[in-house]
Design a protein around this ligand. Sequence first.
Ligand code: ZN
Length: 344
Amino acid sequence: MRATVMYAAHDVRVETVPDARIAEPTDALVRVTRACICGSDLWPYNSMPPSTMGNRMGHEFIGVVESIGADVRTLRKGDLVVAPFAWSDGTCEFCQQGLQTSCLHGGWWGGTTLDGGQGEAVRVPQADGTLVALPVGPEHELMPSLLTLSDVMGTGHHAALRANVRPGKIAAVVGDGAVGLCGVIAARRLGAEQIIVLGRHADRIALARRFGATDVVSERGDAAIERVRELTGGLGAHSVLECVGHGESMRTAVSIARAGGAVGRVGVPQETTIPKAQSTFYANITVGGGPAPVRAYMHELMPDVLEGRIEPGLVFDRTTNIDGVPDGYRAMNDREAIKVMIEF
Ligand SMILES: [Zn+2]
């Protein structure tokens, strides 16, 4: 089968690899029908040290169950399924709490030991706990939005929950990538009255407004902080969704939260410390977040997608086949594309 392999920064190849196959009785074999490239894939795309083995890539996918192991109970051959960006058993202490990204028997797609979503097929460990069946066919018009349940929509929702978004309150979203845009959807869905998006790309800002952003701050650094203060009566936002992960974006996020407010961070941190420890302490600001347990949110968000209340699939502004994946990485890295979908 063919799959995407990253060998070093800016070195992404589509290669023939060993066919995915069932190895454990709890596995399912999924033939991928749709996948996508994630903003978090751009971190290794810009920094991965050269590797002779290469890393299999992709953690967001929808596909058809081709076969199941002897112990799989909830899925059948032919089911169309969506995979969360981490796999999990669904039964351990943390899965039962709805924190599947900390599953005691789970893990991450790709790398050197497991298939990734940016390939023709995937061996899915812990299939019962991991996969969620979709009630539509693989060519359904809502497929792009359903694919976002793999990661970005669930991740935006997680940022909103961790930022404690409440009806009638002010939310600010740092970052206008696909996760930030889904954070806008999530903040609106949870009832925020004023939604300030911090970003500077015209196409993304237009989408943020369509998703419910009421104010746009395109300044950076101290000027951005000042502008948010002006828009919030000098007090700052009740809820801040940090959807980038840079030291600078995190500094902005904690600086625009009001006293007693919360920052929900879902951008993978590129720094080892959280900035402004003292001022956040004295203002009683909560800093929370982490990898979103999107598996826990799929059943909650899916009806909103299927019934048309939210349309996160609009974040995809480019579609390619598997041969176009390396150029898809380049296009997202060059900010030519917000998010690239792969059709198989
Ligand atoms: Zn678990």
